[in-house]
Write a protein that binds this ligand. Structure first.
Ligand SMILES: COc1ccc(C[C@H]2SC(=S)NC2=O)c(OC)c1
Ligand SMILES: [Zn+2]
Length: 265
């Protein structure tokens, strides 16, 4: 029987380690990026992000976030700090109850309104994503910070399906010609990178994070649409209101001597 976990109360992040022991490990995520302590690494090759846009994908509300699962073997990531080729598995976001919080990683203590995770698995070393998520170097997550600003047209292709996934376990098939690359910042050469973990249970220490320095803007109205998702299926709170999915970010974890590398000086 899967153990329930969440972002508040007894099942919140402070107690994850009781049922998910890796949550108490030495290379956990997210972390604060102290830009005065990052180390420039001139050895990184250019990042190679090749996504096709003819992939059929499905959007689900899994009760912790919305998840766009991608099943195209044409969406690959390599180069940069990576030794192997990785395939896009899914993308999702973390966000707050207002525009002042929501990202998982922070930069010099600053928290952004949301954070996009494009999750990839190592197809050179492993036979399946399920195997890769538990293994060192198994997962690579392209990460972009999001702040409130001008409207982002690309995000509307995803948000237009949210009415179908408002309830938990709601799912919607996305067939339109959508390339998730449009969700990334223009500057894809300046990023930080470090070795961490899944930011939700089971918190496997299998993740190489690649975090773009340039922040993506979406409108406040688009951010509000993230918050329209519900956590409960039909259960109404005592107030009769739906409980909305917000503040689905894990607190900052100890760096434990890890060094965050920078692709730029
Ligand atoms: C059981 O395997 C899992 C569980 C959860 C996630 C998503 C987490 S990991 C991350 S970074 N952000 C998230 O919300 C996985 O992603 C590969 C894999
Ligand atoms: Zn995530």
């Amino acid at each position: 029987k899967p153990v329930a976990w969440g972002y508040e109360g007894d099942i919140g992040p402070c107690n994850w380690h009781k049922y998910f022991p890796k949550a108490g490990g030495k290379r956990q995520s997210p972390i604060d990026i102290d830009t005065s302590a990052t180390q420039y690494d001139g050895s990184f090759k250019p990042l190679r992000i090749h996504y096709d846009s003819h992939m059929c994908s499905s959007l689900t509300n899994n009760g912790h976030t919305f998840c766009m699962s991608v099943n195209s073997d044409q969406c690959n990531l390599s180069g940069g700090p990576l030794e192997d080729k990785y395939r896009l598995l899914q993308f999702h976001c973390h966000w707050g109850s207002d525009d002042t919080k929501g990202s998982e990683h922070t930069v010099d203590g600053h928290q952004y309104a949301a954070e996009l995770h494009l999750v990839h698995w190592n197809t050179d070393k492993f036979k399946s994503a399920d195997e890769a998520i538990e293994k060192n170097q198994g997962i690579a997550v392209l990460t972009a910070f999001i702040k409130a600003g001008k409207e982002h047209r690309g995000w509307n292709h995803v948000l237009s399906h949210f009415k179908d996934i408002k309830k938990v376990q709601g799912t919607s098939t996305v067939n339109e010609d959508f390339n998730p690359k449009c969700l990334l910042p223009e500057n894809q050469t300046d990023y930080w990178t470090y070795e961490g973990s899944l930011t939700t249970p089971p918190c496997h220490e299998s993740v190489r994070f690649i975090i773009f320095k340039e922040v993506v803007e979406v409108s406040s109205e688009q951010l509000a649409q993230f918050r329209s998702l519900c956590v409960c299926s039909s259960r109404k709170r005592d107030t009769g209101e739906d409980e909305h999915l917000v503040d689905n970010f894990r607190p900052i974890q100890p760096l434990n001597g890890r060094v965050v590398k920078a692709s730029f000086q």
